[in-house]
Write a protein that binds this ligand. Structure first.
Ligand SMILES: Nc1ncnc2c1ncn2[C@@H]1O[C@H](COP(=O)(O)OP(=O)(O)OP(=O)(O)O)[C@@H](O)[C@H]1O
Ligand SMILES: [Mg+2]
Length: 488
């Protein structure tokens, strides 16, 4: 859920939940103060509803006065009777005043001494609902004519102050519960919403701290699917990219160290040999012209080897730094391979190996985009290896080319010594030689296939090897075709 929607929902919840809780608390307060909630609205006197009870009690007294006024009016003149009514009325926050003639004859103690007695309505002119300053309200008036003809009035009052107090108490309870509900609901919602934002932000901060310290292995997992989750995903992508580029840097650094150590090693051996032979000559070891000639021949061989090694190194480093310009053009692969084979045939066969290329006899020219010179270098290196690592009397190298979807696949197969499976994955690495002795006489620098792979990759192609020790090796090269059937 996005942060925007979460904030919107929490805002709605902050409105709705307090309203619902307030309604519930209203019901709870009303039912605890007034008894059963239902009875408040029904005014059912059977239930413990104080308002209903007040109304009922008051109605009983009123009925009693009316009955006595009709049947036995004189009994209403009795003080104990008045006292009885007054006691009952006082219990329900009401009061009684009895006036006989012009004189107030009886007044409930709770009304006594107020302004009420001064403003009593006259006999025969009932004036209910008269409010007095002291908080009393005239509820009923009963006029009585006694047997001797004298007149009296019964006034029943209700203390409105009591209702005010009741309302104030209610309002206070409501206000307090409203405050409590608002504080609790808002607090809980704010806590959860902010936690859902702050927690992932904290873990992002921790991750950033780890990255700052150089720990790029610290993984960032998105904790939510909101904007912060998206930020965490972007952060993780950035970390992976950064780690990748630093790993590549480190790899380059390692490679550079390897390269320097390998170059030193490979240059050291011929230089040491040349030095030994030159020192031999200087010491007069070559006492015969034949011996001298042999020494000079060896020195020459070593310098040629060094020259070749330096050439290869130069080519490789230029390829590695991508500083070697490529001159791409459309090349007919079939005729290119024929030319290559012809050119190398003589030299290869002089070394006792048969080289053959089988043309696929395609109905169309087998065109690829290539740099002729560089591509030739690839085949020279591969065929050179096939001849160099040949251990059979009947040494053979077959070159074969065929269509393979959008590519042309060239296979150079030999029946030489083969490559051990554990060495196979590394033969395209620079300076890698399956021969652990690194004997300079049987091989070169271990750069031949690394150069070949670089060149093929610059062509957008692939180069792989398969081999079976003792049986032979197959080098497979794929190049993208540019003739009619190419898909894009
Ligand atoms: N046709 C093959 N038969 C057997 N082993 C091979 C063959 N081609 C390559 N290898 C093995 O793979 C290694 C790497 O070959 P690569 O051409 O890169 O180096 P190299 O031949 O040793 O030296 P360079 O080619 O620089 O003179 C070789 O040392 C050899 O062990
Ligand atoms: Mg080689």
């Amino acid at each position: 859920m996005s942060i925007r929607i979460r904030l919107l929902l929490s805002y709605l919840a902050m409105l709705i939940i307090p309203l619902v809780l307030l309604a519930i608390s209203f019901a709870v307060i009303v039912s605890t103060v007034l008894g059963d909630l239902d009875s408040v609205f029904k005014l059912d006197t059977k239930n413990k509803n104080p308002i209903a009870a007040i109304i009922g009690e008051e109605a009983d007294i009123a009925a009693d006065i009316r009955l006595r006024a009709a049947n036995d009016p004189d009994s209403l003149r009795d003080r104990t009777q008045m006292q009885g009514y007054s006691d009952k009325l006082q219990r329900i926050n009401m009061g009684l005043i009895v006036r006989l003639g012009d004189q107030v004859y009886y007044s409930s103690p709770n009304i006594d001494g107020t302004d009420v007695a001064e403003h009593l309505p006259a006999y025969g002119q009932p004036q209910t609902e008269h409010d007095f300053r002291s908080g009393w309200m005239l509820d009923r008036q009963y006029d009585v004519t006694f047997k001797d003809g004298s007149k009296g009035s019964y006034y029943i009052f209700l203390n409105v102050n009591f209702l005010n107090w009741f309302a104030a108490k209610f309002a206070k309870m409501f206000l307090i519960s409203l405050l409590v509900i608002l504080v609790v609901v808002n607090g809980i919602l704010t806590f959860y919403v902010s936690r859902s934002i702050i927690r992932p932000l904290r873990s992002l901060k921790r991750a950033a701290g780890e990255m700052k310290e150089g720990n790029l292995a610290y993984q960032i997992r998105p904790e939510s699917r909101d904007e912060i989750g998206e930020l965490a995903v972007a952060f993780e992508e950035m970390r992976i990219k950064l780690k990748g580029s630093i790993d590549v840097q480190l790899q380059y650094e390692d490679n550079r160290k390897d390269l320097i150590s390998n170059i030193s090693h490979d240059l050291k051996s011929p230089v040491a040999a040349i030095r030994a032979y030159v020192e031999g000559i200087m010491d007069g070891v070559t006492d015969t012209p034949e011996k001298l000639d042999r020494y000079i021949q060896t020195i020459h061989k070593k310098t040629v080897q060094m020259d070749r090694l330096i050439d290869e190194l130069f080519l490789f480093s230029k390829l590695d730094l991508k500083r070697l310009p490529f001159h791409f053009e459309e090349v007919n692969l079939d005729s290119f391979l024929q030319d290559c084979t012809e050119e190398m045939q003589l030299d290869v066969e002089k070394r006792g190996v048969k080289l053959a290329y089988e043309s696929p006899l395609l109905p169309h020219p087998a065109n690829v985009i290539a740099d002729r010179e560089k591509l030739k270098r690839v085949f020279v290196n591969v065929i050179e290896n096939a001849v160099k690592y040949m251990d059979k009397e009947d040494g053979r190298v077959w070159i074969d080319m065929r269509e393979d979807g959008d590519n042309y696949r060239i296979v150079v197969k030999d029946n030489g010594q083969g490559i051990a499976p554990e060495a196979l994955p590394y033969i395209f690495d620079r300076f890698y030689r399956a021969d652990p002795a690194r004997n300079v006489d049987t091989g070169g620098s271990g750069l031949g296939l690394a150069i070949a792979r670089h060149i093929i990759e610059e062509h957008g192609g692939t180069i792989h090897a398969a081999s079976e020790p003792g049986i032979g090796t197959v080098i497979m090269i794929s190049l993208r075709r540019t003739d009619g059937r190419q898909s894009a």
